[in-house]
Design a binder for this molecule. Structure first.
Ligand code: F58
Length: 889
């Protein structure tokens, strides 16, 4: 079981300014008093875990809020520069353990709870997950907040207080079932409601002489969520907005008996912050989504400007010295137009002054090259919902393109275009799936969609101005390639133009965006483009979730400084060959596997042996992440076991294969992949020929709290995306920190992990990103080299070995016969090399000393992937924000 009552760090009382020297008796008193305050009794033995949790959480909250107030007051007095992290998602997970530990109160609370006969583990489990995010992007934002506070950087997150977070996933007969995530029913002890901090947010209406008169208005109300730093008295903030109606209740309608109308305004307003869009791509053109985005961006900007105004009046040119806004992907990028509007329409600045300020205050992070996730809003949708913003975007686009005419590089192109008669553009053609011209096309257009060709103008239509044509590729407002005449605002382009810096999230990804989706922009403003390789907090993802390993590391390194200086983990390298140390390391891994097996038993009813290799793939289900590749190799393994003689069987290396992740509700293929996992599990797990040689389990409702148990208990993890598709990945970093070996492609941050850990210590396979393009354009057409093992595995699915034959038919078809344009993510051509790498895994697992040596080297090499390092780079290279620790009084 989880030894969390025994924290790995013994923070000296008072050393972080939050942990206090107050004795156990005071802490006990505080817990008992808070049990009463939350409506429970002090007869703890008679209470259920949820009630005790509420009392204990309140007690912790008192200390947290006191430190929060001190920090915020100090920062306000110092009038220091802030970073504001704008994100539609913050996947915070649970807070109790993290708060207690970050505040250095793990020891004292552990002691008192023990005395009261309460298991900390039970309390931890009683807390709801704050699942206000889809996946990696949202969790990254949460890790960043932890690091910002730990590094004493003045900074806040800004987002939406969704009433319903990421849906809960259940399995119904092996298929995904989606249930609402009602996470606020028992209240949220970690937030502070701010009824006095409200802003009006307008929608629709008309613009007359630059004056916007919204037709609809709602109120944004603030909730603060204090973010404790580790070993510091700094407590940062995540401010989330709730949408409320301007008018509570329409009494006139009520009096007329129209009860629905009476509450209509309330319902409409509340819709805005009601639910997180559970899609890991975007919902094309959904007005409510744009409403959400504008809602939180406008409230956040108004909030920052209001505080600035209070202090500095109308000295707006000073704003860039006081505030930097990091836009987390395209979701908050309407900020470019909103900041312009607030400065011009509300503060009375001229266009040029406002633009200079805007461009100095904003920065933009891109997290994907997947075309369906790069938001492009129809001009008609923005024009209707935010008419003034549409005018502003139009003007930004025009001025931006005009400015380009002065750039020498562009000038050359424009002149050339003007001189020569405009070349006849090729006719638009719908190409066969996958037949794309270039890597740019491959990465920016979906298979089967037109690759950007323009139609010849029909007779009577105006010929395009050649200068305009030459500038078209820089246009923020573009023609929808799939719907003639429909204009779209490319939000990423708007962000690139409006920001001082643009970054990708891993070295390869930051290169790819310069070559593909932002190539033309990079050509004319290379200085804006940067890389900031992602990171994860070593507090939550090693120290708190893996206390036994953390204690061993602390012992070996002679101190716990690694918890806020993860580079010190490299000190473990010298223990990699130490047999005693290896034995201790291995014993902890086994204990963590047992903890995981117990959790799986509790959540799925499946009993698992703990001696086999624990092989894990947890992430959103997506074709590009290739869970399918994993499953095909599992099918092949099953086939081999079945075909083997008893003697041969005894030579198989036993494996437990665990796959978890949610599928977007409308993602047809992803749902089939889930069903394929459960179907394979049903067949394999009940086959007596297989016994303990292979177990396959789908882990339902994968989320942050699951991850905290899964990752420490894993031995092999899979990060096997088609090269060039996974921007970074962050779970790969968490697994590495916890000494889990990686099988993966040279994609995203895997490449940098290989550099840090030693490439020879990873199981690397698959075609490199450079080759993917060639495959998709050419080679696929004639490729027939199917590995017979691939064919066997695929046929097992087609033939109904795992049941549900008809249901799996189109899933099977999707990777059959590449020449027809199938298998966009190149499962078949990577299969052979994948099996080679898997065979190496099996072989190495037989040599437990060598396996353990490598496992130690992963943790030792993972220091670079601390989000502390990432945040330091953002702070120094983009934000220009300096640490401002609260002096101890
Ligand atoms: C992820 N994106 C990337 N998007 O896929 C991953 O490689 C990267 O490590 C991570 O960001 C952090 O940089 C991601 O999680 C989403 O979930 C969006 C949700 C909203 C719609 C668009 C996708």
């Amino acid at each position: 079981t989880r030894a969390i009552a025994e924290p790995p760090v013994k923070t000296a009382p008072g050393s972080n300014g939050v942990a206090t020297s107050e004795g156990d008796s005071k802490l006990k008193e505080s817990i008992l008093q808070n049990l009463l305050n939350t409506g429970s009794s002090t007869h703890i033995e008679a209470l259920d875990a949820k009630d005790v949790y509420r009392g204990v959480a309140q007690s912790v909250r008192e200390k947290l809020v006191a430190a929060f107030n001190r920090t915020q007051e100090y920062w306000r007095e110092e009038d220091t520069k802030f970073i504001y992290y704008l994100s539609a998602e913050f996947l915070m997970g649970r807070s109790l353990l993290n708060t207690v530990q970050n505040l250095g109160l793990g020891g004292p609370y552990g002691e008192v709870l023990k005395e009261l006969g309460v298991k900390m583990e039970a309390l931890v489990d009683a807390e709801q997950n704050a699942a206000l995010g889809n996946g990696g992007l949202g969790r990254l934002a949460a890790c960043f907040l932890d690091s910002i506070a730990t590094l004493d950087l003045p900074g806040w997150g800004y987002g939406i207080r969704y009433k319903y977070g990421m849906f809960k996933q259940a399995l119904k007969g092996g298929y995904q079932d989606e249930l609402p995530d009602i996470w606020l029913t028992n209240g949220n002890p970690w937030e502070i409601a701010r009824p006095n901090i409200t802003y009006r947010i307008g929608f629709y209406g008309t613009v007359d002489q630059f004056q916007w008169s919204p037709a609809e208005e709602v109120i944004a109300k603030a909730y603060d969520n204090p973010i404790p730093g580790f070993q510091t008295s700094t407590v940062g903030n995540l401010r989330l907005w709730e949408a409320l109606p301007l008018h509570e209740f329409d009494l006139a309608a009520f009096n007329k008996g129209d009860y629905v109308q009476a509450v209509e305004e309330r319902r409409k307003a509340e819709d805005i912050s009601a639910v997180l869009y559970p899609n890991d791509a975007t919902e094309y053109g959904k007005e409510l989504r744009l409403k959400q985005q504008y809602f939180f961006v406008s409230a956040s900007l108004q909030d920052v400007l209001a505080r600035f105004r209070e202090r500095h009046g109308a000295n707006w040119p000073l704003l860039p010295e006081k505030a930097c806004f990091q836009m987390n992907d395209t979701h908050p990028t309407i900020a470019v137009a909103e900041l312009m509007r607030l400065l011009i329409d509300c503060e009375g600045l001229g266009w040029d002054a406002a633009w200079a300020i805007t461009q100095k205050c904003l920065a933009f992070t891109n997290h994907t090259v997947m075309p369906e996730a790069l938001e492009k809003w129809p001009v008609a949708v923005i024009g209707k919902l935010l008419p003034r913003h549409m005018e502003i975007i139009d003007k930004i686009d025009t001025i931006w393109k005009d400015s380009l005419k002065e750039q020498e590089k562009v000038l050359g192109q424009v002149e050339a275009a003007a001189k020569s008669a405009p070349p006849k553009p090729p006719k638009a053609e719908i190409k066969p799936k996958g037949a794309v011209e270039s890597l740019t096309d491959a990465l920016t257009f979906k298979a089967g969609e037109p690759s950007g060709g323009k139609e010849e103008p029909e007779e009577g239509e105006e010929e395009e101005d050649p200068v305009e044509a030459a500038l078209a590729k820089y246009s923020i407002i573009t023609e929808n390639p799939w719907e003639k005449g429909v204009k779209l605002v490319n939000m990423a382009y708007l962000a690139v133009v409006g920001s001082k810096a643009v970054n990708g999230v891993a070295a390869i990804h930051s290169e790819i965006i310069k070559d593909t989706i932002f190539k033309d922009f990079y050509d004319v403003m290379p200085h804006k483009f940067q890389n900031k390789t992602n990171g994860v907090t070593p507090r939550r993802w090693l120290a708190w979730c893996n206390p036994a390993l953390a204690a061993l590391i602390t012992e070996a390194l002679g101190g716990d400084e690694w918890i806020n200086d993860a580079t010190r983990l490299s000190g473990l390298r010298k223990f990699a060959d130490d047999k005693d140390f290896q034995a201790k390391w291995r014993a902890i891994k086994l204990a963590n596997k047992e903890r995981l097996a117990a959790k799986i038993k509790e959540r799925t009813g499946v009993t698992l042996p703990t001696t086999p290799l624990y092989d894990i793939q947890i992430k959103r289900i997506h074709e590009y992440k290739r869970q399918y590749l994993n499953l095909l190799s599992v099918a092949w393994r099953y086939h081999q076991i079945k075909a083997a003689t008893p003697l041969e069987r005894s030579k198989f290396v036993p494996r437990v294969v665990l796959i978890g992740g949610k599928a977007a509700s409308a993602y047809y293929m992803a749902k089939k992949i889930i069903r394929l996992t459960t179907a394979i599990g049903e067949t394999v797990n009940s086959d007596p020929d297989v016994s303990d040689l292979l177990k396959v389990v789908f882990l339902p409702d994968y989320n942050v709290d699951w991850a905290e148990v899964i990752i420490p208990g894993s031995e092999l993890s899979q990060h096997i995306s088609t090269a060039g598709t996974e921007a970074s990945g962050t779970s790969n970093m968490k697994f590495a920190m916890n000494g889990c070996l990686i099988i993966g492609t040279m994609d995203g941050a895997n490449i940098e992990i290989a550099e840090e850990v030693g490439k020879e210590n990873l199981f690397v396979f698959g075609m490199p990103a450079e080759d993917v393009q060639g495959w998709r354009d050419g080679k696929r057409a004639e490729w027939k080299d199917y590995d017979p093992r691939f064919t066997t595995a695929l046929n097992m699915i087609k033939d109904g070995v795992f049941g549900d034959k008809e249901y799996f038919q189109d899933l099977a078809d999707s990777i059959s016969d590449m020449s027809k344009g199938n298998d966009w993510f190149l499962v078949a051509p990577d299969f052979t090399d994948y099996l080679r790498a898997q065979a190496e895994v099996d072989k190495l697992y037989l040599d437990q000393d060598e396996w353990t040596r490598r496992s130690i080297l992963y943790t030792a090499g993972s220091g670079f992937f601390s989000s502390d390092r990432t945040i330091k780079q953002y702070a120094d290279e983009i934000w220009d924000v300096k640490p401002m620790p609260v002096p101890s009084s």
